[in-house]
Design a protein around this ligand. Structure first.
Ligand SMILES: [Zn+2]
Length: 299
């Protein structure tokens, strides 16, 4: 589909919504730390991630309570590896009315895998999540926004109805690309047939600044970040926010294997992120991606 495609949804009937998304991975599961799971030695005793102390059982309940406090809903993109080790958290996310979606099983960069490696990992994550919640998992988010066109075809073949991995901006060295999808609309339909729900960007001086969460959210003063949200919604587009449990954990351990260029943007603003997240959940009536797509008649 070309960039001239008609915008989907956002028909202007009501105020554009605020999509809340949480990428549920633990503090040591990041790309660029030299710990990326390669499965060279099989699983079990050789799993490098098993040598770290998990913190999801501390951070995810805090997030769930905070969302409940204001009756907010969210989509949780859950890493299959983490679901396998924290099944009770996944069931609790579902029980409290949030969407459970896939963040892959092993958090690998999509375009660095073979098609079959990607498919195997994807199906494994879908299976573990569906077994836990007893419902179909229809949404996917790629590690580090590393989506690419062939992966969208595989997502469609494996029963996914939407992907939410594209940053339609050029400000990152790892992000992927989707042909013809880098437009100002938050939702577009890909040639594979599934929907792409993009990260929000702020149009400025002919560019699109990433304005969706992560380092920008932690670096900028909250009033400025919220002013950007207002501008995006005033343009008629919904706003999509993303965060991670480790970002909302003031005691998150520091990974000393992280390359210098990643370390700064990884930890900047961590001390105030929890307070700012509380401000957002109080201020905005957040919703889950699948609810939004259904309300717009797109699913
Ligand atoms: Zn991730």
């Amino acid at each position: 589909m070309s960039s001239s495609a008609a915008p989907l949804g956002n028909t202007g009937k009501k105020s554009p919504c605020f999509l809340m998304t949480i990428d549920m991975e633990d503090w040591f599961q990041l790309v660029g730390a030299g710990l990326d799971y390669q499965f060279k030695n099989g699983e079990g005793a050789n799993d490098p991630w098993d040598s770290f102390s998990p913190r999801l059982h501390r951070t995810v309940p805090w997030i769930l309570d905070e969302l409940d406090r204001h009756q907010r809903k969210a989509t949780f993109f859950v890493l299959g590896w983490a679901a396998h080790r924290h099944p009770e958290l996944v069931r609790e996310i579902d029980r409290r009315g949030h969407e459970v979606a896939s963040h892959s099983y092993h958090h690998k960069i999509v375009y660095r895998q073979s098609h079959e490696e990607f498919r195997t990992d994807l199906v494994r994550s879908k299976n573990v999540l569906e077994e836990l919640i007893g419902k179909p998992v229809i949404g996917f988010r790629a590690s580090t926004a590393s989506i690419t066109d062939w992966a969208m075809e595989i997502l469609a073949e494996e029963g996914f109805l939407y992907d939410s991995s594209l940053f339609p901006s050029t400000y990152h060295d790892v992000y992927g690309k989707l042909d013809g999808m880098e437009t100002d609309e938050l939702v577009s339909r890909h040639s594979s047939g599934i929907l792409e729900v993009k990260f929000s960007c702020l149009p400025l001086l002919g560019k699109r600044l990433p304005w969706s969460g992560g380092g920008y959210f932690r670096l900028l003063p909250l009033w400025l970040f919220r002013a950007g949200i207002r501008r995006i919604r005033e343009s008629g587009q919904p706003f999509m926010f993303f965060t991670h449990p480790w970002e909302l954990d003031p005691e998150t351990p520091r990974l000393n294997t992280l390359k210098k260029q990643y370390a700064w943007r990884r930890y900047v603003g961590i001390s105030s992120a929890r307070r700012n997240f509380m401000n957002l959940t109080a201020a905005y009536d957040t919703t889950r991606i699948d609810s939004y797509l259904r309300a717009e008649g797109l699913l």
